[in-house]
Design a protein around this ligand. Structure first.
Ligand SMILES: CC(=O)N[C@@H](CCC[C@H](N)C(=O)O)C(=O)O
Length: 382
């Protein structure tokens, strides 16, 4: 048992075994294996039966006044890695393209510190499945994971940011991330022969028309000062070039910094879908799923002191950041428990969700230091 962990080795191993939402079995087993190398004296490990890839670890405080939660997400994306790194993903078509491998490693580093140096307050580390999809944070809350002695009085979590230099901490009071709504749109018409368009009802054309009109929602119906996002990342239609497709399906995401804006965009898209159904004489079904991706609202009572600490810490470079249109189901958790989400700079050459995303690993130890020092300081205060 050693007091230090080889965090670079751990991160690279996690990077090689990316798994999609709710299927993070290898990842959860590896996390548990690493946690079991730490001194166990003050640790309790807990599983959530309905969320088997989640892992909760409590560190018993010496004179607990509160329980401080720290959350990391553990899932990956269906992206084929193109970094060319020697430790690239070994799971074809899956990649830690959102940096959750870094998130987990930082959490393990902080946990290891407190497994070796008993904290004053109780600490709760939550290794959360399904951030990208399927609302793992919400599922955990609904499963009652944070009740009784597992209830955090406050919750913290980070996200990596390739636009900030490695190790820089970024944060803001109030809204840090957008809320999102997942949107699926199904078009149903009549298939037919490519040579007889007049006898069919082409859903590729109806869908294309919807996509183009949907692009006017943000440009024409949203206050530019407030902003919003409509992105369709997935489109399925047809089976072969010479058969007119009778069905098409779009999957996308809607973003806004307030629930009111998201609802406004939802309504505009529904109105456009109704118009397409009329003009193309087809069925258009819009399915909206807000899930748990509420806006990430940083609580001022905790965020003001967090920012103050980071600004004054000699080992930390801090920047105040603008709100971002990324989503996070930590937003749901911050509607249950007060807390703060923040960025950790990783100085990437490619953005989040890119197949070439290559975070600078020096951010890991800087992140561990900043968070550990913050938590130590937090525990000395009321
Ligand atoms: C940090 C990050 O990239 N989060 C995801 C969250 C996705 C939310 C939901 N599944 C959606 O697609 O709306 C993001 O894409 O921002």
């Amino acid at each position: 048992m050693s007091e230090t962990l080889d965090l670079i080795h751990i991160r690279r191993h996690l990077h090689q075994i990316p798994e999609l939402a709710l299927h993070e079995t290898q990842t959860a087993a590896y996390l548990r294996q690493v946690i079991e190398t730490m001194p166990q004296q003050w640790l309790t490990i807990h599983h959530i039966p309905s969320l088997p890839t989640a892992l909760m670890v409590k560190v018993q405080g010496s004179q607990p006044q509160r329980c401080i939660g720290y959350r990391t997400d553990i899932d990956a994306l269906p992206v084929t890695e193109a970094t060319g790194l020697p430790y690239a993903s070994t799971n074809p078509g899956k990649m830690h393209a959102c940096g959750h491998d870094i998130h987990m490693t930082v959490a393990l580093g902080v946990l290891n510190y407190f497994a070796n140096h008993q904290p004053k307050d109780d600490l709760l580390f939550f290794f959360q499945p399904a951030e990208e999809n399927d609302n793992g944070g919400k599922l955990a809350v609904e499963a009652g994971a944070f009740t009784g002695e597992w209830r955090p009085d406050e919750f913290y979590g980070l996200h990596v940011n390739p636009e900030l230099s490695a190790g820089v901490i970024g944060c803001r009071n109030g809204t840090l991330f957008a809320g999102t709504t997942e949107i699926n749109v199904d078009f149903v018409g009549k298939g037919g022969h490519a040579a007889y368009p007049h006898l069919a009802n082409d859903m590729v054309v109806a869908c294309a028309s919807f996509i183009m009109q949907a692009q006017t929602v943000v440009s024409r119906s949203v206050d530019p000062i407030e902003g919003g996002v409509v992105t369709f990342g997935k489109l399925n239609a047809g089976s072969i070039r010479n058969v007119i497709a009778g069905r098409a399906r779009l999957e996308g995401t809607i973003r806004g910094l307030t629930q009111a804006m998201i609802e406004h965009i939802d309504q505009r898209l529904q109105a456009i879908a109704n118009g397409i159904a009329t003009s193309f004489e087809c069925k258009v079904n819009v399915e909206l799923n807000q899930g748990g991706y509420l806006p990430v609202e940083n609580d001022p009572r905790l965020t003001v002191p967090f920012i103050q600490f980071m600004k004054n810490a000699p080992d930390v470079d801090f920047v105040e950041t603008a709100p971002a249109m990324t989503g996070e189901d930590f937003g749901y958790m911050l509607h249950q428990f007060p807390g703060t989400m923040f960025w950790l700079g990783v100085d990437g050459h490619a953005p989040l969700h890119s197949a070439k995303m290559t975070p600078d690993e020096s951010a890991i130890s800087k992140g561990v230091t900043a968070i550990t020092e913050f938590l130590e300081d937090r525990m000395t205060r009321k």
